[in-house]
Write a protein that binds this ligand. Structure first.
Ligand code: AMP
Ligand code: MG
Length: 359
């Protein structure tokens, strides 16, 4: 295992429960105003927050077409949400999940997203499992009425979980009866890529999208410097570190995002290990993936979180094309070499150990 510590200090004892990629609140004011550049004759960004895809999204756009572009971007998100929602009875995914095994004709974009999810399921050895929904539902993550199912129930439900059972019939999806799709682990990243394409077509050269914690950037800040994206330790409320990005996505997965505490006092998170049917409990608190495409980041952050530290390192070495920052519940931070020079700890976290994963 090739790891190098570039910041080493003894005594990191605090248990970190997770991170969330956030657009740092404090400096945000600094880097959203007073920019040197003046794209499209406008120096102030246009920013709006709205609720879609079960999360809050904040889009910040610079340039003359910012306001119009933001409206179009929100419409685009709602259009995709309408296709992929598991609860909206008019969505493609709802229709497939209630098809009783019959082929369902779906929109080309649903086809594209599902194909990508299935491809990534294959690539990640089933760590990403787009048919995990029945198990997720048994744990109550789909309704909020959380419970710990017994082992037999989980075993039974796992029989219905198998991405290799999803078939195509022309442009139609055929799902075996009892099987159900959930594209929640990839949909937001894919949607982010679509919004970025729309913004670029509108001539936008500088924008930052916060899609429920997924951060996606168009270009750099108007003054040409990188965006500074914070990785947040939600339990202290502090920003653990900052990653600098331009024209890239930073997507984080972790159990802390959605979890419940069982009667046994244990925390159960919303990301399920398809091998066991139980919420991931492998010592990882969070995984952030940095790459140019949001959909890849989104698929990988979920899958690598399922894999655990060692397998995630192995996957990175074999695949490349992305960087990652992993935080374990008790050991520290692991970053791949491609981000080590653009990731820095905030001052309150300077005593943490950052391990560099090398090829
Ligand atoms: P993310 O926040 O992108 O990591 O996605 C987590 C969401 O994906 C969960 O809330 C579930 O809806 C779904 N999910 C949970 N476990 C898995 C898994 N192993 N593979 C694919 N999707 C999953
Ligand atoms: Mg994901």
């Amino acid at each position: 295992m090739k790891r190098k510590t570039f910041h080493n200090a003894a005594g990191y004892k605090r248990v970190l429960w997770g991170l969330q990629a956030v657009f740092i609140a404090l400096p945000a004011v600094l880097f959203l105003t007073g920019c040197a550049g003046n794209p499209g004759g406008r120096t102030e960004p246009y920013s709006e927050t709205f609720f879609a895809m079960d999360t809050y999204m904040t889009f910040t756009i610079y340039g003359a077409k910012a306001e119009d572009s933001l409206k179009q971007a929100e419409d685009r998100i709602r259009e995709l949400e309408g296709l992929w929602s598991v609860t909206d009875t008019k969505s493609d995914i709802y229709a497939v999940n209630h098809s009783g095994g019959k082929p369902v004709a779906v929109d080309g974009e649903t086809e594209e997203l599902l194909s990508f999810a299935l491809e990534m399921a294959e690539e990640t050895g089933g760590a990403l499992e787009p048919t995990i929904y029945p198990v997720l539902a048994a744990w109550g993550f789909t309704t909020g009425e959380n419970r710990v199912p017994d082992r037999e129930e989980i075993e039974e439900l796992l029989n219905r979980v198998d991405y290799t059972g999803v078939r195509w019939d022309g442009g139609s999806i055929v799902l075996e009866e009892g099987s159900m799709l959930d594209l929640g682990a990839v949909g937001k990243g894919y949607a982010g890529d679509q919004v970025i394409q729309l913004l670029k077509e509108n001539g936008v050269t500088s924008a930052l999208l916060d899609i429920g914690g997924n951060i996606q950037a168009v270009g750099a800040k108007p003054d040409g410097s990188s965006w500074r994206v914070g990785l947040k330790d939600p339990f202290s409320g502090g920003v653990l570190g900052v990653i600098q990005v331009a024209d890239e996505a930073v997507v984080t997965s972790g159990s802390y995002e959605r979890y419940f505490t069982g009667k046994d006092g244990k925390r159960y998170g919303h990301i399920i290990d398809p091998a066991t049917g139980y919420p991931v409990d492998n010592g990882l608190a969070s995984v952030s993936v940095i790459a140019s495409e949001g959909k890849l980041c989104d698929a990988l952050s979920t899958a690598l979180f399922v894999m655990g530290l060692e397998d995630a390192e192995r996957y990175w070495r074999q695949n490349q094309g992305f960087d990652m920052i992993l935080v374990t519940v008790d050991e520290g931070i692991f970053v791949t070499e491609g981000v080590k020079d653009r990731f820095s700890l905030q001052s309150e976290y300077q005593d943490m150990t950052v391990n560099v994963i090398e090829k």
